[in-house]
Design a protein around this ligand. Structure first.
Ligand code: HEC
Length: 188
């Protein structure tokens, strides 16, 4: 009988955990997700006004700055990651993130919509509970200018990217693929 007790306790705790995850997810999304349409809008505006090469600072500086401001506001660890990075120093995923990004690609291949694709989980890091959230970032029309086929790229842009990012892996995408994800880590 004794051996079953932990299982019974675990089962009793499960609905509470599910509720925690739902509440944490809602709270995290509310705080962090407004950054995404802001960056997309800034990108569309910059490309229209300054041309593609002139819009590089939106993905290079403005997006990281908006994310940094959110980090300071919330105290959470917030980043952009990808399986194919342009800036590996900033965008390399950890093991959990690699797993989710791979899973996102499988989910997309199975027909799930990327716009709403996300993952929430409470994990244990160094013995402490941490809430983790990831949201897929879809490749839209404007993204293709800098993350699409290299052949079709503006010559000035190509030169600028090659100069700043000699190890650029973030090209060759097509519309509707997953460029990467916004990722959040909240110690509980
Ligand atoms: C004007 C060119 C340009 C456009 C358009 C553009 N990006 Fe980027 N993107 C960049 C550059 C440059 C970086 C490297 C940023 C850095 O140095 O951290 C980057 C990096 C990223 C990263 C971080 C991971 C990595 O690869 O290093 C993500 C995610 C990303 N872009 C998504 C998007 C999405 C989604 C769109 C469309 C809404 C988009 N980008 C449109 C130039 C662009």
């Amino acid at each position: 009988m004794k051996a079953f007790l932990p299982v019974a306790l675990l089962l009793a705790a499960l609905p509470a955990l599910a509720q925690d995850i739902a509440a944490l997810t809602a709270e995290t999304k509310k705080a962090v997700l407004p950054v995404v349409p802001k960056v997309v809008a800034a990108m569309q505006e910059a490309v229209a006004e300054k041309g593609v090469a002139g819009a590089i600072p939106v993905c290079k500086d403005q997006a990281p700055e908006l994310i940094k401001a959110k980090r300071q506001e919330t105290g959470w660890d917030i980043r952009r990651v990808s399986l194919k990075t342009r800036n590996a120093e900033r965008g390399t995923p950890d093991l959990w993130e690699v797993r989710q990004l791979a899973d996102f690609n499988i989910r997309a291949a199975n027909g799930e919509k990327i716009d709403t694709m996300e993952k929430s989980e409470i994990v244990s890091i160094d013995g402490k509970p941490v809430f983790r959230y990831m949201k897929a970032l879809p490749v839209g029309d404007v993204c293709l200018k800098c993350h699409g086929a290299v052949d079709g790229m503006d010559a000035g842009l190509k030169a600028k990217l090659a100069e700043s990012y000699p190890h650029d892996q973030a090209t060759g995408y097509s519309k509707g693929q997953i460029r990467g994800a916004l990722t959040v880590k909240r110690p509980l």
